[in-house]
Design a protein around this ligand. Structure first.
Ligand code: E4P
Length: 230
């Protein structure tokens, strides 16, 4: 399952883009509002950090068809290739999705809570649908089950639309959607860190260091190899 980073924080994006195998960055109006300041400069800085080969998903804020189209085109013009426009799953959103997709602009249909919404978004030509996991589970609905249903529907239809699961509050939710066939997930910094860190990994590494130093002191394998090659 491919991983994207769900934040607009530049320090976090720099860190995860350096160390983690991320495929891109997703934002929404709430995520951008947390950083404040000059939003266009912020988006450009994100693009500069991740480069033009990774995806940057940016959500529209307009609500009328013509204005969304204009906004979407300007977003893509401004941020370049591999920019994906996020469109909420509404009736206008489906119309916009069809219009933009037919003209070669990639769309993520976002704020998806049901498999029915995902199916309609796929039929409208969306590149991605973004089912919200924790927002769904918080309402006692089955967010992970919804992803499983979407995966099955997409497999049967043979659509090219990919699932980009979003809105995670636990690391387990991320694994749960991966197991049911989710293609990609966008994950906030806090959850991303939790996917990697484990206390037993830390104590294991400390044990390797302790045992090595106990036997060989401060010399390292690198030093030994370099000396041998002199
Ligand atoms: C994707 O970018 C979604 O907008 C985001 O994951 C929503 O997350 P939230 O439910 O934590 O706001």
């Amino acid at each position: 399952m491919k991983i994207l980073l769900d934040t607009a924080n530049l320090d976090d994006i720099r860190y995860f883009n350096t160390y983690f195998p991320i495929e891109g960055v997703t934002t929404n109006p709430t995520i951008l509002s947390k950083e404040g300041g000059d939003v266009l400069a912020q988006l450009k800085a994100i693009r500069d950090i991740i480069g033009e080969d990774k995806e940057l998903h940016v959500q529209v804020t307009e609500t009328e068809f013509e204005k969304i189209i204009e906004e979407a085109r300007l977003i893509v013009d401004y941020l370049g290739i591999n920019t994906v426009v996020k469109i909420p799953a509404t009736d206008v959103g489906l119309r916009v999705t069809k219009y933009l997709s037919d003209r070669g602009i990639s769309v993520t249909v976002t704020a998806v809570l049901t498999a029915a919404q995902a199916m309609l978004a796929s039929n409208a030509g969306a590149s991605y649908v973004a089912p919200y996991i924790s927002r769904s589970e918080n309402l006692c609905a089955d967010g992970v089950g919804t992803v499983a249903d979407i995966a099955k529907i997409f497999e049967i239809s043979g659509t090219d639309t990919k699932i980009l699961a979003a809105s995670f509050k636990t690391a387990k939710e991320v694994l749960d959607v991966a197991v049911v066939g989710c293609h990609s997930a966008t994950i906030g910094s806090h959850i991303m860190k939790m996917l990697l860190s484990h206390t037993t990994t830390d104590t294991s590494i400390a044990g390797f260091v302790r045992d090595w130093e106990g036997a060989f002191g401060k010399t390292t394998l690198l030093k030994l190899l370099k000396e041998k090659n002199k």
